[in-house]
Structures are given as C-alpha cells and as structure tokens.
Ligand binder design. Structure first.
Ligand SMILES: Nc1nc2c(ncn2[C@@H]2O[C@H](COP(=O)(O)OP(=O)(O)OP(=O)(O)O)[C@@H](O)[C@H]2O)c(=O)[nH]1
Ligand SMILES: [Mg+2]
Length: 256
C-alpha cells in the first residue's frame, strides 16, 4: 500500500483533508483506506479503518500518568511510536492501493521527537510520502509565508521522504490573496519585493535569505492549493503523489 501521511500545524486541516481526499478518491474510482494516528482526536469526519485510539487515548494518558493535556501529548506521542507494530498489524490486512494517515496536531511533537521518525519508518520509507499541510492564516504575510516554508523544510529533512507542500482552506481566501501566495511560492523576487514593502523590520532581509537558501538546497517545494470544502486541488495532490510513487522520483524541485 502507498501511504500519504498528512502532517502539519494544529488546526491546519489535516483531518478534514484526510476525509475529503478519501471521498475524492472514491468519487474518482480510486481505492483508499484511512488510519488515525491522533490519540487526542475527538470526533472524526471519516471512519478510520485503523485507529490509534484503540491502543492509546489522550484522556486515559492524562488519568493514568496524572498529567495535564500538554504533558499527556508528549507521553502519547511516545506511546504512539511504541504501539506502531500493533497498529500496523490490522493495516497490513487491509486491501487497498492507498492508506491515508492522519497525524496529531502537535507538529513539534510529531516532527521533532524521535517518535515521528519511528512512525514514518514503520509505515515504510520506500512507499510513503508526507503531505505537509499549512493554511492561509500561516502564509498571508510574506514573513509568515517564509516561516511556513521553514516548517515545510524541517519536516522534509526530518523524515527524508518526498514531501508535498499543501496549502489547505484555499476557499477562505480571495482570488487575489491566493494568487499572491502562489506568486511567493513560485518567485523569490516577488517575495523579496513584498517583504521589503512590508512592516517587518529586522526580519526583512533574513526572510528573503532564508527562502533563497531553502530553494538553493532544494528544501522548498511549490505549494499546491486545496480546499476540503469544494475539493479544488485534490486532483493535483493525487497527480503529484501518483507521479512520485510511479516514477520513484523525488519531487520536481526547483533550484534557483
Ligand atoms: N473553509 C474550510 N475550512 C476547513 C478546511 N479544512 C479544514 N477546515 C476547518 O478547519 C478546522 C480545523 O480542521 P481540522 O481538519 O480539524 O484540522 P487538523 O489539522 O486536523 O487539526 P488538529 O488535528 O486539531 O491539529 C475545522 O473547523 C475545519 O472545518 C477547508 O478546506 N476549508
Ligand atoms: Mg486532526
């Protein structure tokens, strides 16, 4: 099974996109099953075929370890990694082309603790890609855009599997706003101009230099705007993912 792992900042839209993408795949005659790896998930808009909450639940971790929500998230992240073999057992019995994996919202726990790497390794480095999900609230300003690009790059480096750069909730921005974000995604000179025009002070030059460096070391990939509301862009995500899986190639990265 090919795995698409939705990773991203809290509230970016990973869970909604997992559901929307499965629906889109089914509507288009493709096969996909789902796995929830968020022990703190409350209600899900899809019925997970495999669910970490059958082994680890955030509420139980809080009670059992006498922890508050943040401490429990840390322990839950480690328990997630420790339970991956058990979680994968039912997954291996599923008969599908694609497994869509929804991850916890605490990006720093998943991406920077060892547990996230263990999870991705157990899922399989050769047949997994990460769909990094960011949202307009993170990318509306030029400096916010660069911060999101840095997060993308650190996830890409951390996991060492091909990584798609997805802008969720494209339906909540105006056409002009979306066009501007996509221009930054595409052109560092446009980003440079807009950073220089912005109110940001000391961070101005640094932002551009960081973005240039990310492009130069091939650590940045152009954004794919999507909406889980109107399903726009989901065909692009599928096309990119399929291209990577079929070609075995990495993303079409641009080096400036
Ligand atoms: N308009 C719009 N809203 C969206 C879209 N995707 C997600 N949302 C909303 O954004 C909020 C967060 O979405 P989730 O899918 O729960 O985000 P998440 O990344 O899974 O969140 P955590 O797991 O808590 O980190 C919800 O209120 C969703 O309805 C979208 O494409 N368009
Ligand atoms: Mg979620």
């Amino acid at each position: 099974m090919k795995k698409i792992v939705f990773v991203g900042t809290a509230g970016a839209g990973k869970t909604t996109l997992t559901a929307a993408f499965q629906n889109w795949m089914h509507d288009n005659g493709y096969d996909a099953v789902t796995m929830n790896l968020d022990p703190g998930a409350d209600r899900l808009p899809y019925s997970p075929d495999v669910d970490i909450r059958d082994w680890v639940k955030l509420d139980d971790v809080m009670k059992d370890y006498g922890l508050g929500p943040n401490g429990a998230q840390v322990v839950a992240a480690d328990l997630l990694a420790l339970n991956m073999d058990k979680v994968l057992e039912p997954a291996q019995k599923l008969d599908s082309d694609y497994l869509l994996v929804d991850t916890p919202g605490q990006l720093e726990l998943f991406a920077y603790r060892q547990s996230g790497s263990i999870v991705i390794e157990k899922l399989g480095l050769d047949d997994s890609i990460i769909a990094f999900v960011t949202e307009p609230a993170m990318c509306r300003t030029p400096t916010g855009f660069v911060s999101s690009a840095m997060l993308f790059a650190s996830v890409n480096f951390r996991f060492d599997v091909p990584t798609l750069n997805i802008l969720s909730k494209s339906d909540i921005v105006t056409g002009d706003e979306l066009a501007r974000i996509m221009e930054w995604s595409d052109s560092e000179s446009r980003l440079y101009e807009d950073i220089m025009d912005s109110d940001a002070k000391a961070s101005k030059v640094l932002s551009v230099e960081v973005f240039k460096a990310l492009q130069e070391i091939s650590a940045y990939s152009e954004m794919i705007p999507v909406s889980s509301e109107d399903y726009s862009g989901l065909a692009d995500v599928y096309g990119k993912a399929q291209g990577i899986f079929q070609g075995g190639e990495d993303l079409d990265r641009r080096i400036s």
